[in-house]
Design a protein around this ligand. Structure first.
Ligand SMILES: C[S@@+](CC[C@H](N)C(=O)[O-])C[C@H]1O[C@@H](n2cnc3c(N)ncnc32)[C@H](O)[C@@H]1O
Length: 291
């Protein structure tokens, strides 16, 4: 087809859209639904991405068109969950933004010295598990034992990502952020079907529990206060009111000497009444006494 006679949505797109046409109105409905249910703002530039990911769902559930499929998403909770799973971005890695883990290790040691007790960490957008397992490794190293007094709650909205967290199995290329000693100490090498995989050892897995939490929900199924909350590289997908609301709701969940860790491109500068920056996207609650 000549580019000049292509419909505007097809120009420059590498995807074959003959199977299921995707109108402007249908893309708007997708944007509305994902914003309403997950807080995610899909920019117009994500149209091809949305098409490519959702078309697999249309095929899988035998939908006749995008209109038909989006009707199902509205009616059927299970399909809504798959719709959300399809549209989340799960990019993550072991020890991503490594300075946060260094800072957490120092902080855990200081807290343990001040008053020995079980420390609690919430990893609020845990994706496929690399982040919570990096937290667990940091705890083992801070306490120099494989059973540190630390509890990590890993949550995410995406149930497929969470299932991967629970499995704790990673192909070799995903473990590149793990220095050799860490890989050997905390993972078992397996080779199912000739492909090298590393599986989290049971001692490390025991430190982490998993649950589905949508940060947009009015109440979070969590009790007690945290020494640290990691909520990194997820608020960038939300609009400003949602970002502010969620960050405000973290404050009462933090112990006075707790810390909130956010992603490198995120900021809490407009919540100076609640958080004081400690540098490099680490914050403490205002009024905190230093541990
Ligand atoms: C880019 S990953 C970040 C993973 C990890 N925190 C990191 O920094 O490496 C964003 C994660 O946020 C999750 N997410 C998106 N919207 C969410 C919501 N409303 N509630 C909870 N998690 C959400 C996605 O499923 C995805 O796993």
């Amino acid at each position: 087809m000549n580019a000049r006679v292509m419909p505007s949505w097809a120009a420059g797109a590498s995807l074959q859209r003959d199977e299921f046409p995707f109108s402007d109105e249908e893309f708007e409905r997708v944007r509305l639904l994902i914003h309403q249910h997950a807080g995610i703002v899909l920019t117009p530039s994500k149209r091809d991405m949305a098409y490519g990911r959702l078309v697999r769902r249309l095929r899988a559930c035998g939908a006749l068109s995008f209109g038909d499929y989006l009707g199902r998403v509205g009616r059927d909770g299970a399909e809504r969950e798959r719709f959300i799973n399809a549209l989340t971005t799960n990019l993550t890695s072991f020890f991503r933004e490594g300075h946060h883990f260094d800072a957490l290790g120092v902080h855990m040691k200081a807290l343990a010295q001040a008053s020995p007790r079980r420390l609690r960490i919430w990893c609020a957008a845990a994706s496929t598990g690399e982040e919570p397992y990096s937290l667990a490794i940091t705890a083992c190293e801070a306490f120099a034992r494989l059973d540190p007094p630390v509890e990590i709650i890993a949550s995410d909205i995406d149930t497929d990502a969470l299932a991967q967290c629970v499995r704790g199995q990673y192909p070799a290329e995903k473990t590149e952020g793990l220095a050799n000693g860490r890989l050997q100490r905390h993972f078992v090498r397996r080779e199912p079907g000739g492909e090298v995989q590393y599986e989290v050892r049971p001692e490390l897995r025991r430190l982490v529990s998993f649950r589905r939490i949508n940060l947009l929900d009015r109440s979070w199924p969590l009790s007690g206060a945290f020494d640290a909350i990691f909520c990194r590289n997820v608020m960038i997908y939300f609009d400003k009111p949602a970002r502010q609301l969620i960050a405000r709701r973290f404050a009462p969940l933090l112990l006075p000497q707790g810390r909130l860790y956010i992603g490198h491109s995120e900021s809490l500068a407009d919540l100076a009444d609640l958080y004081r920056p400690l540098g490099r996207t680490v914050y403490e609650p205002v009024g905190a006494c230093r541990a």
